[in-house]
Design a protein around this ligand. Sequence first.
Ligand code: SF4
Ligand code: SF4
Ligand code: SF4
Length: 327
Amino acid sequence: MVNEKQLRDEVKKLVSRDDVKYVIGYEQGTYGFQVTPSFAFTPEEAERFIFSPLCANNLSVYLMLEEKPPLRKGEKEDTRKVGLVVKGCDARAVVQILQEKGLKRESLVIIGVPCTGVIDPKKITVKFPHQIKPVDVREEGNHYVLTINGKNQKIPKDELLFEKCKQCEYPTPVIHDVLLGDEVKSTKKEEYKEIKTLEKKALKEKWEFWSKAFDRCIRCYACRNVCPLCYCKECIVDQLSPQWIYRSVNRSENTVWNLIRAYHLAGRCSGCGECERACPMNIPLTMLNKKIEKDIKELFQYVAGVNLEEKPLLAMFKPNDTEDTIL
Ligand code: SF4
Ligand code: SF4
Ligand code: SF4
């Protein structure tokens, strides 16, 4: 994993530059397994930065959340860069945003972390419930070492690792200005095992599976708010005129919402898994995203967020695209 001193030194260097506004990274949370986003404007604030297997959040969402109030008369736009710490999957979201011209490359300084996987907060909280005091976690080979109340516990990595990390094809950020450590090469290939199993089921069984899942949705929109690629100025679910989706929480409206969310991410989702992590109702949103990802790979040989030179999927066509998708 990352040398934290090296990380802090890089951040200190960056925030000391005149052309850098601030850097976004991680700091220790106030309880249990929590790690929280951290914003360093000064070298002193960079001292708070950490990187551990608990750093699951995709921080690129903050790039799209910064409010840019209208300029006063005579005021100049602040064009300073924002620094960002990214893992492999986070970097794919950044590439996707850049491809879509949501941001300019020159507005960013990217600190890449070659990633060996992060812990699924839901798994670790089930295994070690009611942890109030902050827990220190580090990686040692194929194990995690947890320091709880001064005592060390060794847990096999496989038991706590996010499922997405078990098939990660891009652990080293595909875009970076600084890379903290040696490249981590992936030997894994996305196999879509779960998706293939679901695809084989009868239509009625599929409907039962998804309607049961969507029935649980409370329409909190945490999945949308945490997603770095959900950055429309006004989300379709917030529009009242016309009102495309009713606010009532029922199977019909929940289904519409979840399918719209998934389709708006078609060919754009970077597979960071943040939507599912944030979902308080444990709805298997990754399955929806992965099904669409798999179809797009098969139909158009396209993978989102891996090539800055490429156009976004929906902004290009190839002469040999299959025509049966065109209505
Ligand atoms: S999916 Fe890959 S880059 Fe993302 S956290 Fe897991 S191992 Fe790291
Ligand atoms: S849809 Fe989910 S997995 Fe895809 S980019 Fe958004 S938060 Fe990440
Ligand atoms: S986070 Fe989960 S419960 Fe909330 S709107 Fe999204 S799918 Fe529904």
